[in-house]
Design a protein around this ligand. Sequence first.
Ligand code: GCW
Length: 722
Amino acid sequence: MKALQILTICLVTTLTGTNLRGENGYRLWLRYAPVTDPQHKEYVSGILEHVVISGANPTAEVIAEEIRKAGLGMLGSPAVCSGDFSDRASLLIGTPKDCAPLATEIMKKQLEGLGGEGFYIGHVSHRGTEYLAVAANEPVGALYGTFHLLRVLQEGSVLADLPVKEVPRIRYRLLNHWDNLDRTVERGYAGFSIWDWHKLPVYIDPRYVDYARANASIGINGTVITNVNANAYVLSSQYIEKVAALAGAFRPYGLKVYLTARFSAPVELDGLPTADPLVPEVRKWWADKANEIYTAIPDFGGFLVKANSEGQPGPQNYDRTHADGANMLAEAVAPHGGIVMWRAFVYSADIDVDRHKQAYDEFVPYDGEFRDNVFVQVKNGAIDFQPREPFHPMFGAMPETALAPEFQITQEYLGQGTHLVYLAPLFKECLDADTYRPGKGATVARIIDGSLYGRDRSAMAGVANIGTDINWTGHPFGQSNWYSYGRLAWDHQLSSEQIAEEWIRLTFGADPSLVETISEIMLSSREAAVNYMTPLGLHHIMAEGHHYGPGPWVSRGRPDWTSVYYHRADSAGIGFDRTASGSDALGQYAPEIEKAYSDPETCPDEYLLWFHHLPWDYTMKSGNTLWEELCLRYDRGVKMVSRMMDRWITVENRVDRERYGQTLMLLKIQEEEARWWRNACLLYFQQFSQMPFPEEMEQPEGDLQEYMKGRSPYPPSGRRRR
Ligand code: GCW
């Protein structure tokens, strides 16, 4: 290689931050990797050659910054960006207000119905010349349009079928951070919290800006930065100033800040004698607090509340209802345009009712009683973010209430920071589920996006998997879950396959066989995890407390936190009878579902043991006995992980060394732990079934007593509070 060439490569790699030996993953899906295909390079150059970004506002500035980054990375030279219209423009970005060529009647028509966040990408004609334009009603729409365009270019694709018009299907697309003020993260597996409270408000870590960019690039427009197991202190004046500094860093990216509100804050912060939501002084305290916050942060999003759940205070401490509590806070933020997300994750060990039923019992009677700036935030399933759960029966049961689904992006019950599990199929399974309420076709997605009821408010929440690890999410593939959550919040009709392909192209490159191989790995991964952890509808049999690894034997303490409560294995069989002859949780679903799922013959295998307690020799649809099927599914889970690893090995020379090596090592752990799951669970259940393992499977090895002793006493981030 000639010296000059080497120098150029070094220069380019330094400038773009590319490490020849590998990539650390910091740049996520915004890598803007050099375009090598000459034809595509010409295409990208043609578009980024002379970009005119109109408007004197912070969002226009960050658009320009992004275009420069993209040009530098993909082409090796910064794209020329200028704020003034020029007839040399290769691309116009802006709003009709700021950009004359976009202010035509034709363009205004195109932008009708796109709201503030939607965008248009297509051609505009100005003084007889055609220009490519990214146009929107508001700067943030132009930003989303820019990210769309840059995604297409990075994917190695071209803009086809112009014009492109997009509008998000969900209005509030939120991340929920379970981050504590001491920087620990509850259920966080990627290091510590990225919020450096100690140095705020003065020190703005560049990471805050990269965080906001990443979110904006996938359409996330709000972030709840504190744990639902809340610390009232974040509402103190001192912290509000810090929160305001973060909000300032995020603002140009259309990302609003929200906080969790500890219900007892008036007592804890200011010594009020009560936090009763019907006491005027308490209401005034919250109204004043809201005023104080909005003075510091005019576009503050609102509050997220976990009340009367797992020890958190709430209105029930004062014999008031969830609606009383939520409405008080909603009234406080309403004058400022804020919202309240009130969580429905409530259950109590003191009530002798299947945990599955408790949230529905507590909330459905209050349908119609929540103020219209309240969302009731409902986990995708009725238990707790399990590898597979049927959709929560509250979806469809509260037509007068805006419900927001809550998904868990962080993999608390799905292998945490070590297992590769692509979660889009899990999110989609819930969103696409038909609730049959009020009739066929009433999917969870249509309920929560408001289209079924003609409601214009809609929200979605995802518990973040982000931390201080250099690659943000610990496992390199954890990034795909952040990515797919954002993409689905924007458009829940995208398929898991499409999203995986996009993400792979952006993250690893567009080589079709690479994309195919990694897609296969990702798309099989969730089913693999279900198989090696909790096949056939088993659930909540993870180790105690930290939830890492198998623990079907957990039986101590609060019954609804044990495993035996959920699997109910005994010599007669296994599974939780939730039919009318059992807990009757099925009675909370529409009659169509209740009927189909009440009969084990018509209940999908995926949910069989979720809803039924069946004898070990029950004949499955496959012809196997239940015991055989259970064993074979566990074994299949292990085999699926081995296959994932085999496939990964084939990409060795096609992805950078660093991420290749990390993923390989993690897959080794995953394979080993899939075996651990299979062996421990099957040896444990065999005590009850008293049946042999099918011959065709790898025989579970090891000693149950040893498995029951558990592994490391310090797995990452168990439950930490405040
Ligand atoms: O999944 C469980 C977790 C808790 C969490 C709780 C919740 C924030 O184990 O750590 O607390 O759910 O969602 O409130």
